[in-house]
Design a protein. Structure first.
Ligand code: NAD
Length: 376
């Protein structure tokens, strides 16, 4: 089967869905691979390295005309007709937000596999681009904070005087938050963190952070491990804690999300106004509406009080080499799952709940949303 790797066309997208390393794995599974000329350039993968790994390099229309097309970003409306009828497309699709695109893909007779609809269960972890990308995003959030912050993270004692370590407060200790805690702690900061799921306390501590405790009722984290919205009383208590912790912090990194809902608003303008000049807020929920009231997606806003609020929505794409390596590995793991005979033949098994959950269009029909997946 021919696998096509078109270049990404969304402005600012630096990643590529296959790297020379992942191409070698796809070839070993019996597939041919055609990479669009220059597709890996922004991620520092030259065409020659793809050729050395066993791929061909060619024009965009050949990559789009493959049997399986792999991408990072959803195709643009004008790119859908480049896919051939009966082709398979594997990419991030945000299926809940893009009903029109799903309808177009179904009408085109494309089988679309949403890389961002992989169920969050242990068996599917090797395909989980949401985890691999947010993990990098958490790291990069700290790097962006360090860039905007006018002081050092680690405490220093020098002949010119001593500097205390930076104080970092992280809200939300999921995949992104834990990566941010580990990165900030490794730079020498004192890190405190809170999550509505009290079971994250141990993970926060294992990454070098201190867990901020608020008495929470049973079940604030749902049975599936994801957060639920808090009741009004608890929300009010939590908001007091956020305000107090933010006022004490030099850097605040917010990562709180609730699946299927807009990001909860946790850092108000008033809370930011109580932060010291020079402090930095990095809002990793900017794409979903933001955890901070002052966030502007894609921008760095400096408040009248001298606090910088960073709303970048492209944190993984700011690490294009590593992000493409991990994304390419996730894609190669998917292709391995779909090539059980290791013979270059793609077999889609809609009885398998992982493959079913990702399959958003097939045989001319939209199959989103999928039936619920059993938690394991
Ligand atoms: P997420 O991106 O949905 O949310 C980020 C964090 O924000 C979560 O930890 C959530 O509890 C927290 N949060 C929500 N509202 C908050 C509030 N008001 N205040 C503070 N924190 C708040 O979460 P995620 O990183 O995708 O992970 C969520 C769960 O899924 C975890 O249990 C994780 O271990 C699990 N998970 C499992 C797999 C897998 O098995 N394949 C992969 C990834 C994540």
């Amino acid at each position: 089967m021919l696998i096509g790797v078109p270049a990404e066309t969304v402005p600012g997208e630096t990643r590529v869905a296959a790297t020379p390393r992942s191409v070698a794995r796809l070839v070993a599974l019996g597939h041919e691979v055609l990479v669009e000329t220059g597709a890996g350039q922004r991620a520092s993968f030259p065409d020659e390295h793809y050729v050395d790994a066993g791929a061909r390099v060619g024009p965009a229309q050949d990559a789009w005309a493959a049997d399986l097309v792999v991408k990072v970003e959803a195709p643009l409306v004008e790119e859908v007709p480049l896919l051939r009828r009966g082709a398979v497309l594997a990419t991030q699709l945000s299926p809940a937000q893009r009903p029109h695109l799903l309808a177009d893909l179904a009408e085109r007779g494309v089988t679309a596999l949403a890389m961002d609809a992989v169920p969050r269960i242990s068996r599917a972890q090797s395909l989980d681009v949401l985890s691999s990308m947010t993990n990098l995003g958490g790291y990069r959030a700290v790097v962006e904070a360090a860039h905007e912050y006018g002081s050092v993270f680690t405490g220093q004692v020098t002949a010119a005087g001593s500097v205390p370590p930076a104080r970092v407060f992280v809200i939300g200790a999921g995949v992104a938050g834990l990566a941010a805690i580990g990165t900030a702690a490794s730079l020498g900061a004192v890190v405190r963190a809170f999550d509505v799921r009290p079971e994250t306390a141990e993970q926060v501590e294992s990454m070098g952070g201190q867990f901020v405790r608020i008495a929470l009722p049973e079940g604030a984290g749902g049975a599936d491990g994801y957060a639920r919205e808090m009741d009004a009383d608890l929300q009010a208590r939590a908001m007091e804690v956020y305000a107090r912790e933010c006022a004490e912090a030099d850097i605040v990194i917010t990562t709180a999300l609730i699946p299927g809902r807009p990001a909860p608003r946790l850092v108000t303008a008033q809370t930011v106004s109580a932060m010291r000049p020079g402090s930095v807020v990095v809002d990793m929920a900017a794409r979903n509406g933001g955890n901070c009231e002052l966030t502007e997606p894609g921008q760095v806003v400096t408040t009248p009080g001298g606090v910088k609020v960073v709303g970048y929505t492209d944190l993984p794409a700011r690490l294009p080499i590593q992000a493409s390596q991990l994304y390419g590995t996730n894609v190669a793991n998917l292709v391995a799952l779909l090539t059980p005979g290791k013979d270059g033949e793609l077999v889609l098994d809609l009885e398998d709940e992982v493959q079913r959950a990702m399959t958003v269009t097939h045989d001319g029909e939209v199959l989103w949303p999928p039936p619920p997946v059993s938690v394991s």
